[in-house]
Design a protein around this ligand. Structure first.
Ligand code: 6GU
Length: 250
């Protein structure tokens, strides 16, 4: 997969060199290119923002640098590609970025992220590229950040770990909170490792029983309790038939 990011803070994207995403890049599974938006300005001050039409607080990102940047990045990938990138626009006014979104984006060959600062980008940019590209305006949650760079880090990490070969064990995202399946709508429960006793605290006995059915049932029960406590809004989404089918299997 190829990922381009256009930003006025390229250094904010340095974490993409580290850990899971960094390793995926080093192994050639992911081609990440970070570009400085100011490359595509022409005045002495490399201006990227201006005051909003209609008045109001803050500044708006000017359309011209974005237009030149996106044209340039899109052209750089036109070598033999039939389709352009999916344009991912991080914005608190977007639709929610969820695990389902991550799965959809992970199936794409090319993503282009446009994290904005200030009050956002002149609307005409999304209109213009919406005629040529598939556009996803996405929010990572119900709070306001100073810019879209941290959301890009979040979204790229969520997508990268779904790419074939990135995680050591292909099974390791099967039980994730929010992964599809019978446990789809439950949060993951607690996990334990050695030593068997730490500061007088034992491992739950069932985990030492070797009884896989009982262990799976216990884990689901723990997941259920955790979900009731922290995300009661998810309980209504549980599919009782899927849980029953699970019970019969255990
Ligand atoms: Cl994508 N951007 C900003 N600036 N704030 C956010 C966000 C995005 N998602 C949640 N809050």
């Amino acid at each position: 997969m190829r990922i381009d990011v256009v930003t006025i803070f390229p250094e904010y994207l340095e974490p993409l060199n580290v850990s899971l995403v960094g390793k995926a890049r080093a192994r050639g599974l992911l081609d990440v290119r970070v570009h400085d938006l100011r490359q595509w300005t022409h005045d002495r001050h490399n201006t990227v923002d201006d005051t909003p039409y209609g008045g109001g607080p803050g500044m708006v990102m000017k359309p011209e640098p974005w237009g030149e940047a996106l044209d340039s990045v899109i052209a750089s990938g036109s070598d033999g590609r039939e389709e352009g990138p999916v344009l991912v626009v991080p914005t608190p006014s977007g639709s929610p970025f969820t695990q389902e979104t991550a799965v959809e984006l992970a199936a794409e060959p090319w993503l282009l992220f446009t994290p904005a600062r200030y009050e956002g980008i002149d609307r005409r940019v999304v209109e213009e590229y919406g005629e040529r590209l598939r556009v996803r305006e996405l929010s990572i949650g119900d709070y306001v950040l100073a810019g879209g760079e941290a959301p890009v880090l979040v979204m790229v990490e969520a997508v990268a770990r779904l790419l074939p070969g990135v995680l050591g064990n292909a099974e390791s995202h099967r039980d994730d909170s929010f992964a599809p399946g019978a446990m789809a709508d439950l949060l993951e429960g607690p996990v334990y490792t050695k030593p068997p006793v730490w500061r007088g605290r034992d491992i739950p006995e069932v985990l030492l029983s070797g009884h896989h059915g009982r262990i799976a049932r216990w884990r689901r029960d723990q997941a259920f309790r955790r979900t009731v406590r922290y995300r009661p809004d998810l309980i209504g989404r549980c599919d009782p038939a899927a849980l029953d089918a699970d019970d019969r299997r255990l």
